[in-house]
Write a protein that binds this ligand. Sequence first.
Ligand code: MN
Length: 311
Amino acid sequence: MGQIVLKLPLNKIEEMMQAYQSQLKQAPQGAVFAAKTPNSSITAYRSGKVLFQGKNPEIEAGKWGDIEETGSFSPSNNSKPKQHNFMPNPSLFTQSHIGSDEAGTGDYFGPITVAAAYVEQSQIPLLKELGVKDSKNLTDASITSIARKLLQLELPYSLVILHNPKYNKLQQKGWTQGKMKAMLHNHAINQLIKKIEPVKPDGIIIDQFCEPQVYQRHLQSEKNALQENVYFMTKAESHSIAVAAGSIIARASFVQEMNKLSKKAEMTLPKGASAKVDRAIATMIKKYGRDNLNSFAKVHFANTKKASAYL
Ligand code: MN
């Protein structure tokens, strides 16, 4: 049993309500809706907080947003970064540091992309001027254009892409999305540390998607270890410009991969995990058959089943 809380905009919550239409149950007072799936029960509140509880809450939560916090929950509490021993000292935000973030985890179609970026202290004002900030507050078009400027600046970064066939293989082997993300972040950071050698960053900040202890356990299970000076923080992209740069590079890469996949499928693959996605899955199955989904999608998402309604 676990629980996960996401903070989502109301339009997303409406989208969710539609997606879980056949699984709705009576909502408690103050809730917009409540639903139950085989993995998790879901309660969405007007504050924008959505609570996922049950056997595998990360499966449902992972479709809708970045997993930000676990543990205690009250529908009205402020979503402050979660406190733990791996919190970065705020002075690190103004020093030379590495930041890493991911994209694509809640999208049915397309890969997971993780990018780590290294920002030197002297570059921080310039990056701010270029509009580097939390990619969630930017359109895909401006993300692509800012990412291009980062490449022109030759900002040191490293990008890893987990394509769908490998994702599905790992998922079938029993890997959770959390474990995949931990391994991808770790890999991206290792690559970047090598790239900038002999320079050593003042610190490394990972946009937190699980408890630091859980992250370390994932690494240990694959005989990997945490690098020196690694810190975790929820909503890190709004504090660290390196994490923000990572989030922009990861998102730009995700958008690019989605364009490639759409071209390959000769149809537009929608982002996210809404009913629009279910209809696109049905179209794809009719065009190419069910086996083909493995190359384009995270097939364990409930969308695969929900698409049957459109077949
Ligand atoms: Mn993130």
